[in-house]
Write a protein that binds this ligand. Structure first.
Ligand SMILES: CCCCCCCC/C=C\CCCCCCCC(=O)SCCNC(=O)CCNC(=O)[C@H](O)C(C)(C)COP(=O)(O)OP(=O)(O)OC[C@H]1O[C@@H](n2cnc3c(N)ncnc32)[C@H](O)[C@@H]1OP(=O)(O)O
Length: 259
């Protein structure tokens, strides 16, 4: 399943190349990204299955524990991380329905194995939720997918730079983490997607520094449309903070370069 995630990014990057060429954006030598080398690129809206074709370089995975994580954050992370490996026959570890999603601060860099596609695209671009380097200052989170249930859970610790009403999390930051979790689930389910609609109901404030769970689940898929529901709860599930619905629409990578 993780390979499918990586494949989706590879697919997106490979599809981006013609669009970049059309706009005369210089591409460095990336022989592994030549479309002709990548099988299965003809079918629109579908990811392709690839083995990791890139260098051994791996960018930093921001979803791994760091010293800013509270004991509660760490406990919840360990709980879901343990679900990602289940005991098989003879006590052997097996991959179960749960997978942990790694998280990088540059999506295109990730897709190209750490190499830059072009300075225009990459020089300053950072994933919104991973653009503050100081650990614990803003979004600390780790996402887990349940591939059988088509659902996701995110363990989220809200840092002090995300303040809205005094001492509480900003509504835009809440919408951002919801978009991120529902978006990751949709990418897993549908490949390249964008958010078409996000509807958020704020039920109770989220204190800064607290750890909450973001639950997302597939409601239905219709043609290019993926409907996801989402709830943000306290870490023990007893308190509902936020409810949301999201609609994601599958797009071709060329759509992202239309200007
Ligand atoms: C394998 C991976 C594994 C996991 C890996 C995880 C990695 C995780 C990494 C990182 C996670 C981060 C995740 C972040 C996620 C964030 C995502 C964003 O924030 S995206 C930015 C904000 N969104 C935009 O900028 C879109 C702007 N809008 C558009 O581009 C278009 O409007 C678009 C594509 C949405 C639709 O345009 P059209 O021309 O392609 O298609 P038309 O015909 O208009 O719509 C298609 C269908 O959708 C409905 N539709 C469209 N918009 C709708 C709306 N707002 N409400 C209701 N329906 C809508 C339409 O009615 C139509 O439905 P009918 O086919 O006729 O039934």
């Amino acid at each position: 399943m993780l390979r499918r995630a990586v494949s989706a990014f590879c697919y997106a990057a490979a599809r981006a190349i013609p669009a970049l060429r059309q706009r005369n954006i210089a591409l460095p030598q990336l022989p592994f990204l030549r479309a002709s080398l990548i099988p299965g690129l003809n079918s629109d809206y579908q990811s392709v299955t690839l083995s990791w074709p890139f260098s051994s370089f791996r960018p930093r995975d921001y979803s791994l524990p760091n010293p800013s994580w509270s004991p509660q954050m760490l406990r919840l992370y360990n709980y879901y991380n343990n679900l990602c490996e289940q005991d098989g026959e003879g006590g052997k570890k097996e991959i179960g329905p749960w997978i942990r999603l790694p998280s990088y601060n540059r999506t295109v860099k990730y897709a190209t194995g750490g190499q830059c596609l072009s300075k225009v695209l990459q020089a300053k671009a950072r994933l919104f939720t991973r653009n503050i380097e100081e650990e614990g200052a803003a979004f600390e989170y780790a996402m887990f997918l349940n591939t059988e249930e088509k659902a996701a859970v995110c363990v989220f610790q809200a840092g002090p730079l995300l303040e809205g009403p005094v001492g509480n999390l900003h509504g835009g930051a809440i919408a951002t983490i919801i978009d991120t979790v529902t978006g990751a689930l949709s990418i897993y389910l549908g490949g390249l997607v964008v958010t078409a609609n996000l509807n958020v109901n704020y039920r109770s404030p989220i204190p800064l520094g607290s750890v909450v769970l973001v639950h997302a689940a597939l409601e239905k898929m219709e043609d290019r449309k993926i409907y996801i529901s989402c709830q943000v709860t306290s870490s023990d599930g007893s308190k509902l903070h936020t409810e949301a619905t999201a609609l994601f629409v599958k797009v071709n990578v060329g759509h992202l370069f239309e200007r």
